[in-house]
Design a protein around this ligand. Structure first.
Ligand SMILES: *Cc1c(COP(=O)(O)O)cnc(C)c1O
Length: 448
């Protein structure tokens, strides 16, 4: 799947220029040494992670394998350029190629999400969210958002984060009975607290979000609706998840999760907020944009506009449902009883009260399966210990794995947790994981 992506033409071009122009003038300054030649120490560490990514199964739902073309785009000379400002309105000279790149990234993102306005400059999701709050709110305003230990994100009001520091945060969570967000309860909280903004979007919620209902709640108290689709942007772009764009005043997303692009973020909004959002990103919160990252975002949007992208996203969901079903057959309780998207949460207390999420994730890492610990709703343990683990299927789906492999993986996870005390069992699972990884290689011809 990853290998079918057309390769960028940038690399040969870059190499030509680098060889022609720098060898003569700068070789004594090491301008022309390769990473491997000049710094074998860091080269080895980077290579170690390439091997880790190839030889282990990653089920962290916020991660993905960006394509080779996306990674090549990030390694171009665009990283050298300052381009403060926006396309064709820069504070630096020499920005024509940057103008073309950013305009293209914006045009492709607009086509992909059908958005009125897009800002492609935020360095990361938290910075994008910061810009949205700062553009539309005043310090002290009230934000209604999801509780962190029920699946919300730190940029939605963690006291130690800028969002919790500058704004009055009111949280909704999931209902204790269904573990789903109870929209009537959210509407009651809105009525009681009269927020200036309602935030919908989470990092650990395994169900679909109906944004039209959220807009009704925001409208009932004359608040902005801000949809943070960082986790589900790929599903939305692939049209396998309800679309927030028609119903939200503003939408943010990272580009490196289900969307499978480079690290970074974008903001989408209705035209009337375009000026405020753009001024807040630059010069409000950031200086020069990372043009190499924006170039890579443009490539990722092109990939997401290809016909096969919707099928990839649909497969992520089919894989998640299969993995969830098999885990439940093996005796695990999943938060809310399953999943409708790319992720799920295992409630470990259904197996034993004695195993924390942190311990389970460490046992699984030894077996070659990478997951992360996560609180479950109404968790009795701290965020550092947790009673749950969070699993997602974007990366194993990028490798080309399907339902058959999901059943194998669910059984390996189950055995690794249940037989955790047996070193022989961990070793055997590690071998099986390695075999599965070898059958589904990443980056076939990628050499650092
Ligand atoms: C991942 C995520 C973000 C942004 O994360 P960064 O690490 O700052 O890029 C924002 N909101 C949600 C809901 C997320 O899951």
């Amino acid at each position: 799947m990853l290998q079918s992506v057309p390769l960028s033409v940038i690399k040969p071009y870059y190499i030509q220029y680098a060889c022609l122009n720098t060898r003569k003038c700068y070789s004594e300054n090491r301008m022309n040494s390769s990473l491997q030649e000049f710094d074998p120490q860091v080269f080895e560490i980077a290579n170690e992670d390439l091997i880790r990514q190839q030889d282990t199964l990653t089920l962290i739902p916020s991660e993905n394998y960006a394509s080779k073309a996306v990674m090549q785009a990030q390694a171009t000379v665009l990283a050298n350029k300052y381009a403060e400002g926006y396309p064709y309105q820069r504070y630096y000279n020499g920005c024509l190629p940057c103008d073309k790149i950013e305009a293209l990234a914006i045009e492709r993102a607009k086509a992909l999400f059908n958005a009125e306005h897009v800002n492609v400059q935020p360095h990361a999701g938290t910075q994008a969210n910061m810009a949205i709050y700062q553009a539309l709110l005043k310090p002290g305003d009230t934000i209604l958002s999801m509780k962190l230990d029920h699946g919300g994100h730190l940029s939605h009001g963690l006291p130690q984060n800028f969002s919790g520091y500058y704004y009055n945060i009111i949280h909704y969570g999931v209902s204790p009975d269904t573990e789903l967000i109870d929209l009537d309860y959210v509407a009651d909280l809105a009525k009681e607290h009269q927020p200036e903004m309602v935030v919908v979007g989470a990092s650990a919620y395994p169900r679909l979000l109906d944004f039209s209902e959220w807009r009704k709640i925001a409208d009932s108290v004359d608040a902005y609706l801000f949809a943070d689709i960082s986790h589900i942007a790929g599903l939305v772009a692939g049209k396998v998840h309800p679309d927030p764009i028609p119903y939200s005043h503003v939408v943010s997303t990272t580009t490196h999760k289900t969307l499978r692009g480079p690290r970074g973020a974008i903001i989408m909004c209705k035209s009337e907020y375009a000026g405020d959002i753009d001024r807040t990103v630059f010069p409000g919160l950031q200086g020069g944009p990372f043009m190499h990252a924006i170039l890579a975002r443009a490539v990722a949007f092109k990939e997401a506009l290809q016909p096969g992208f919707g099928e990839y996203q649909a497969q992520i969901i089919r894989n998640a449902k299969t993995l969830a079903d098999q885990l439940m057959k093996n005796g695990f309780r999943l938060v809310s009883g399953g999943t409708d998207n790319h992720l799920m949460l295992i409630d470990l207390t259904s197996i034993t009260d004695k195993l924390s999420g942190r311990q389970a994730a460490n046992y699984l890492e030894e077996a070659g399966i990478t997951v992360n610990k996560n609180t479950i709703p109404f968790d009795k343990r701290s965020a550092n210990s947790t009673s749950g683990i969070r699993l997602g299927t974007p990366m194993i789906t990028s490798r080309g794995m399907k339902e058959t492999e999901m059943i194998v993986i669910a059984d390996l996870i189950s055995e690794a947790i249940k037989q955790r005390k047996k070193a022989s069992s961990r070793k055997r699972i590690r071998e099986k994981v390695r075999e599965l990884c070898q059958a589904f290689p990443i980056y076939e011809d990628l050499n650092l």
